[in-house]
Design a protein around this ligand. Sequence first.
Ligand code: UDP
Length: 333
Amino acid sequence: MSDNPENKVVLVTGGAGYIGSHACKLLARGGYTPVVYDSLRTGWAQAVKFGPLVQADLLDRAALDAAFAEYKPCAVMHFAALSQVGEATRDPGLYWRNNVSGSLNLVEAMLDAGCTNMVFSSTCATYGDQDGVVLDEDSAQRPLNAYGASKLAVEGILRDFGISHGLNSVIFRYFNVAGADPEAEVGEWHQPETHLIPVMIEAVAGAREALVIYGKDYPTHDGTCIRDYVHVMDLVRAHVLGLEWLLAGRGSRVFNLGTGVGFSVAEVIAQCRAGTGHRVPHSFGPRRAGDATALVSGSRRAVEELGWQQERSSLKLMIEDAWRWYQTGGYSG
Ligand code: UDP
């Protein structure tokens, strides 16, 4: 089925979630049919706007087989995962079961159905803390938490099934994804929210009292953690390029997705006014377990090999788009 050039159906696991829903929008715009496979455990039915929804769990092998039989996708974009460092540290079993066992089920189901192309969302959390060096795709992977460890395990599954069964995978290791669809059709909506920029937006909107900065004694220029923030629309554009790479038969490859520039938590907060017109109330708290000091991407490979370009990945635009989206009321209605 995947060698039929007319087949533009893509199974998008986690397509009702933050990044997956943005990917679906871009896939639909590119003439693909995104079929969302999502348990709606953390995703939103309202986010599924660009193709059909199969509401099922990755741990449900029969449901996976039925979805492949019905839709015959040419490729899978695999976003579905639990993704919170704090939760992963408290409950690693949850992460190993959902992220690793679920992905293994998915890989076996797709291969049994004759589908051999997967775009996988991995993470810079697979690298762990490396003393502030810029991380490229060949950097050592030493995850600090069960979230990063679970994603690294899935990378291993993809590599091994590539060798044994001809599975082709494009693995994207994301740095910190932020922002929202500038047209505000879809956006980031987690309950509870834990990520820095949306938490900051909630604090600006008065939905929480203040933003707590986790730690001010890190070995950075201002004592707060450094991250590399990339706009979700730029990120999902890379996914469509990765899909086309696979459909063109170019084989398996790993790409970092970030900007190559790190900002401290304090610097992100300082940009809040530019993006929202408001200052964010904030205070300092203890470090959060599992946090790396600095994660900054070397992303030249995606630029050079995929032709990826970033259009909206300035802090100001990411905060502005997140703020616009938040003001629509998100999926709360
Ligand atoms: N952070 C913070 N307060 C918050 C949420 C996040 O200080 O309420 C910090 C966190 O410690 C990290 C950075 O912001 O240094 C980015 O965290 P986030 O959870 O957004 O992404 P992660 O890097 O964990 O994937």
